[in-house]
Design a protein around this ligand. Structure first.
Ligand code: GDP
Ligand code: MG
Length: 163
């Protein structure tokens, strides 16, 4: 069994775009409508030479984050608990939202291995915006742009190191 890498975050932060970028094929549905990806999607991926199973969660997007712990029948949460690594994605342009903080608190409590990904950090100011995410207490944010293919090298290295 390859390690499972699960992509988590509130709607519209770019989870599916990142999934597509890492899986290098178009499986997840990317849409401007928050929560449009209804199903959990899996794909094999090769990250820094490691074969992994990549999971794009959507089922958790609309769950009130503070009920996450009570929703073990939710397949996405089951996937999350089985994760060898969670890529927790925030939107560096939008800044931190209450749902981001709630997910972060849940992840800290669950003691899951997490990499904090600040997506949409392309262009000038992207890095500065990403740094706000430090306050989530999940380590150093990795600034990327899934859409513009920026920062993915550093992300690959961080994943390889974390697995
Ligand atoms: P999800 O709901 O978290 O799965 O988010 P999606 O992957 O469906 O993306 C939501 C929106 O954000 C879409 O319009 C994407 O094109 C856009 N998006 C994703 N990644 C980036 C990025 O790196 N930069 C910018 N500017 N937009 C992005
Ligand atoms: Mg999606």
């Amino acid at each position: 069994m390859h390690p499972t890498v699960v992509i988590l975050g509130r709607p519209n932060v770019g989870k599916s775009t990142l999934f597509n970028r890492l899986a290098q094929r178009k499986i997840a549905i990317v849409d401007d409508t928050p929560g449009v990806t209804r199903d959990r999607k899996e794909a094999p991926a090769r990250i820094a030479g490691r074969d992994v199973t990549l999971v794009d969660t959507a089922g958790l997007e609309e769950a009130p984050p503070d009920t996450v712990a009570g929703r073990m029948r939710n397949s996405s949460e089951a996937a999350l608990r089985a994760a060898d690594l969670v890529l927790f994605v925030i939107d560096a342009r939008a800044g931190l939202m209450p749902a981001d903080r709630a997910f972060a608190a849940w992840l800290r409590r669950a003691s899951l291995p997490v990499l904090l990904i600040a997506n949409k950090a392309e262009g000038r100011g992207g890095m500065a915006a990403a740094m706000e995410a430090f306050e989530l207490g999940l380590g150093t944010p990795i600034a990327v742009s899934a859409e513009h293919n920026e920062g993915l090298g550093a992300l690959h290295e961080a994943v390889a190191e974390a697995l």
